[in-house]
Design a binder for this molecule. Structure first.
Ligand code: TLP
Length: 344
């Protein structure tokens, strides 16, 4: 096999030469003592970029989300979130396991919650009820196929939550994809939320890491929980250095990934039995419903992999294709050719 054409995720991206150089040359120290200048700089730059007071560098988006939930809640509280959200669907039940909270999954329109639905789900004070203390949002929305939530939608949802005394955490693993797609600065998308997580290790190309941002007190609390979960890292400037490069060099190019996803989606939609909701292809993720092909998604993923094309079956009928800096137009055309051949 010459090489995989890998659409499984944007997490598969390789660090760029300038990241590797910055990593090799990074000034480092023991970050548990707060002495790693590169980590501190990344946390400051990330916070400023999202318009928040402080930042916390975490090994993964999952840990950043979970320390956020821990820092925002008390045991037995209720966490409202969208029913396909990453925090609910893909984080190993961490909200229950770690924070001891009950989740309240809510339906949405392509990943965007309706403020009225959220408001109706917020329970009043009553001896029978858990205390609702946190609303989690996701932008872009992974399982809905990379759909974006606008500034206005985010603000309306945060407004409802805040009016009822809930805090708002935004899982912005791909927030910069949303910002580029909407043509708005990321800090405007972050503004309505009390805390925001974004990933460096997805479309931005870093090998490791996510940053959680929020106000100073919140980040101080989150730092304690990160330590408790084993996320206190030592000379982490080695990896934070790549994050600084990413924030400088890797954001604007996300538009290329979005254009490529569009080309891929249009190609997939022409294949017999494959259905793509083109309206939901807004960033770098394409969900292809393959029910009409007579194949299970898993079988198709295996057949594609045998031909060098990697995709993820995200449920029995859907294949997820993610574009990123390490695939190009020729890869898309080649993958479509291979897929068509398999289906015929
Ligand atoms: N998502 C991964 C998988 O876990 C599904 C992927 O390949 O897309 N929030 C969102 C919205 C995410 O998509 C992800 C990763 C995370 C959080 C967690 O980030 P990591 O993988 O760094 O723990």
């Amino acid at each position: 096999m010459a090489r995989w054409i890998d659409f499984r995720s944007d997490t598969v991206t390789q660090p760029t030469p300038s990241m590797r150089k910055a990593m090799a040359e990074a000034e480092v120290g023991d970050d548990v003592y707060g002495e790693d200048p590169t980590v501190r700089r990344l946390e400051e730059v990330a916070a400023a970029r999202l318009g928040k007071e402080a930042g916390l560098f975490c090994p993964s988006g999952t840990m950043a989300n979970q320390v956020a939930v821990l820092a925002h809640t008390r045991r037995g509280d209720e966490v409202l979130l969208e029913q396909e959200s990453h925090i609910y669907y893909y984080e190993v039940g961490g909200v229950a396991l770690l924070a001891g909270c009950q989740v309240r999954p809510l339906p949405s329109d392509r990943g965007v919650l309706d403020p009225a639905v959220v408001e109706a789900a917020i329970r009043p004070a009553n001896i029978h009820f858990p205390r609702p203390s946190l609303l989690c949002l996701e932008n872009t929305h992974n399982r809905w196929g990379g759909t974006v939530m606008t500034v206005e939608q985010t603000a309306a949802l945060a407004d409802v939550a805040h009016r009822h005394g809930l805090r708002v955490h935004l899982d912005g693993a791909r927030l910069f994809n949303a910002a580029v797609a909407l043509g708005v600065p990321a800090d405007r998308l972050a503004a309505p939320a009390d805390s925001v997580m974004f990933s460096l290790s997805k479309g931005l190309g870093c090998p490791v890491g996510s940053v959680l941002v929020g106000d100073r007190d919140f980040i101080e609390e989150a730092r304690r929980y990160r330590k408790a979960l084993g996320g206190g890292m030592r000379q982490a400037g080695i990896i934070a250095a790549a994050g600084l490069v990413a924030l400088e060099e890797m954001i604007d190019r996300l538009a290329e990934d979005h254009a490529l996803a569009r080309r891929l989606a249009e190609g997939l939609a022409e294949l017999p039995g494959v259905v793509v909701d083109l309206e939901s292809v807004q960033t770098n993720i394409v969900m292809a419903d393959v029910r009409g092909t007579g194949w299970a998604a898993q079988e198709l993923a295996a057949a594609l992999a045998a031909e060098g094309v990697r995709v993820n079956a995200v449920d029995p009928y859907r294949l997820r294709w993610v574009t990123h800096k390490d695939v190009g137009p020729r890869d898309v055309d080649e993958a479509l050719r291979i897929f068509r051949r398999i289906l015929s």
